[in-house]
Write a protein that binds this ligand. Structure first.
Ligand SMILES: *Cc1c(COP(=O)(O)O)cnc(C)c1O
Length: 416
């Protein structure tokens, strides 16, 4: 098929060409005296992405799922009780893992389309006078339903109950795209992966640990080996890894972190909010359809789950979009299978890419018999884009910096 595939699943996301090129490397000795430069650079910049001064990022050759396991097994002991809420396939899978690893879990089931039930969390934590609950789980961005939750409010609920449990957050589809504040929100373990906001292929499970979480590790009795953070952190301190790291992914991460810094994290977030709002304009104002997210406060700026009308199978829309228009949309998972299709709008994206996805979705929906006004979604998104500013605090682009330094005869930037 001529032209390129439009990849609009909420992970893996588009890998920028700069990052792709950075990953084309010859293999090298990961025990060389030069190698620590790479390790250290990546770990220092990851802390900025997590917005932490005191946290410790740990990178496993794994995925987000491995990150979940690392967070749980490094801090808890067999039989420990965990508080969690389920409102989508990813929050469900983390709960399932908690059980399969032999921990106990108190689950608050919510409607799919809602977010973390902070008031219920506060009630449950207040009643837990003996502090049996050792960890509170929160899915920052539920990718299955397009729902973002207020992590600061979860922290508040825990503080109002004066509860000492660890706060564990899954921000696999949030980190690097929407605001995340490890230190300010008092998050103890934050789980991320490489293939979403960090714009890389899958293959890295990244967990940032607070000093409180690392302290819990010292008394944790859960068996673990591959995912043991002690080995990892000890090796990282000298700039190395306890086992062979995935070099291309680390070089790619080095580059994607550089790109996020160049754009400026706040600008990255603003761009995601703006592009997400344009998608929502297409869905709500243009197509006059509904989102799976039940309330605007839960709208995710990285993924939208769009509810298809009764009698239509969302999987049909996705199949036509892919086969006829080379557009990859996200499927409805589990409880919402067939009921929604998802547009992932995170990572390396701009206006015209998003308009392409909206145009393709629109055609696929018309093809399967959904009665929308042709062109209405594209028009609504265009209207939104033309009357809003994506990056209010735009920084000087690196290309402009290079040009300026060259014109003054300075050597700075010459190697850029
Ligand atoms: C993608 C995703 C995961 C799972 O990550 P993998 O890298 O596929 O293991 C977990 N949680 C959320 C919210 C996700 O979006």
């Amino acid at each position: 098929m001529a032209g390129r595939n439009f990849l609009f699943v909420p992970g893996p996301t588009n890998v920028p060409e700069r990052v792709q090129r950075a990953m084309v490397v010859s293999m090298e000795d990961h025990r060389s005296s030069k190698f620590p430069d790479l390790t250290r650079a990546v770990l220092v910049d990851l802390k900025k992405i997590f917005k932490t001064e005191t946290g410790t990022p740990v990178i496993f050759p794994s995925t987000g799922t491995g990150g979940w396991e690392a967070a749980l097994t490094n801090t808890l002991s067999p039989g420990d009780l965990v508080l969690a809420s389920r409102f989508g396939q990813f929050s469900h899978l983390w709960i399932d893992m908690v059980k399969r690893l032999g921990f106990k879990v108190e689950v608050v089931d919510c409607e799919w389309g809602e977010g973390v039930p902070t008031e219920k969390y506060a009630d449950i934590l207040k009643k837990d006078k003996e502090h049996k609950i050792k960890a509170v789980l929160a899915t920052h961005n539920e990718t299955a339903t397009g729902v973002s939750s207020d992590i600061a409010a979860v922290r508040k609920a825990m503080d109002s109950a004066k509860h000492p449990a660890l706060l564990m957050v899954d921000s696999v589809s949030g980190l690097g795209s929407i605001d995340f504040r490890m230190d300010e929100w008092g998050v103890d373990c934050c789980v991320a992966g490489s293939q979403k906001g960090l714009m890389l292929p899958a293959g890295l499970g990244i967990v940032c640990m607070s000093s409180k979480a690392l302290k819990a590790r010292e008394t944790s009795k859960q068996p673990r080996c591959f995912f043991d953070m002690g080995d990892m952190i000890r090796a990282n301190e000298t700039g190395y890894f306890p086992y062979t790291p995935c070099l291309p992914l680390l070089y790619g991460l080095r580059e994607s972190l550089t790109m996020l810094m160049e754009e400026g994290l706040e600008n990255v977030f603003a761009r995601h909010t703006y592009l997400a709002a344009s998608v929502r304009a297409a869905v709500l104002e243009g197509w006059k359809m509904k989102l799976c997210a039940k309330h605007p406060k839960w709208y995710s700026d990285t993924v939208s789950a769009i509810v298809v009308p009764e009698g239509i199978n969302g999987a049909h829309v996705i199949d036509v979009a892919f086969r006829r228009y080379n557009l990859s949309l996200g499927a409805g998972l589990s409880k919402v299978a067939g009921k929604v299709f998802r547009i992932g709008h995170l990572g390396d994206l701009n206006e015209l890419m998003v308009l392409g996805a909206i145009a393709g979705s629109e055609m696929a929906m018309l093809d399967v018999g959904i009665k929308i006004e042709p062109g209405s979604g594209v028009a609504a998104a265009q209207r939104y884009m033309r009357s809003n500013d994506p990056t209010p605090k735009k920084k000087v682009a690196r290309s402009e910096v290079v040009y300026a330094s060259q014109s003054t005869g300075s050597n700075e930037g010459a190697t850029v």
